[in-house]
Design a protein around this ligand. Structure first.
Ligand code: DQA
Length: 148
């Protein structure tokens, strides 16, 4: 069976391309999805690419990943810094999750340097803009190896 990854984007990431381009660049979320589709072809895998501005919807999509995907790449946006519920969802689904950010959150405001989800993710990729997504896909597929 072809392996599949869920690539999930949180609040305000639908506005990529026009949102604070000095921080996030001019790449749109559609461009990011296309990058991921190219990488998926290289890896011989499938992806589901999604975005929501709602914490509960993100949690529902994480739950629905069980039995369907071998892992999740999560750019939780600002919920990274606030959401115990999202942290619990990651702990509950028994799937490897990579935390992803376009910007280097460690070099930004102090409140962005706290991540509730880091503790329960297998790793974090941040600071490489859209290029971080295919990097995360490679890392996650290498991580799951023959396990899935
Ligand atoms: C972000 C970083 C978060 O601090 C911010 O709230 C975002 C985007 C990133 O991709 O750099 O919405 O997750």
């Amino acid at each position: 069976m072809t392996r599949s990854l869920l690539i999930l984007n949180g609040p305000n990431l639908n506005l990529l391309g026009t949102r604070q381009p000095e921080v996030y660049g001019t790449t749109t979320l559609k461009d990011v999805e296309n990058l991921c589709l190219d990488k998926a072809k290289d890896l011989g895998i499938e992806i589901e690419f999604a975005q929501s501005n709602h914490e509960g919807s993100l949690i529902d999509m994480m739950h629905a990943a069980r039995g369907k995907h071998v892992g999740v790449i999560l750019n939780a946006g600002a919920y990274t810094h606030t959401s115990v519920a999202l942290m619990d969802a990651i702990s509950s689904i028994m799937l490897p999750v990579i935390e992803l950010h376009l910007s280097n959150i460690h070099a930004r405001e102090a409140f962005r340097q706290t991540s509730y989800i880091s503790k329960v993710c297998i790793g974090q990729i941040c600071g490489f803009g859209a290029a971080g997504y295919p990097l995360a896909m490679q890392a996650l597929i290498d991580y799951v190896g023959d396990k899935a």
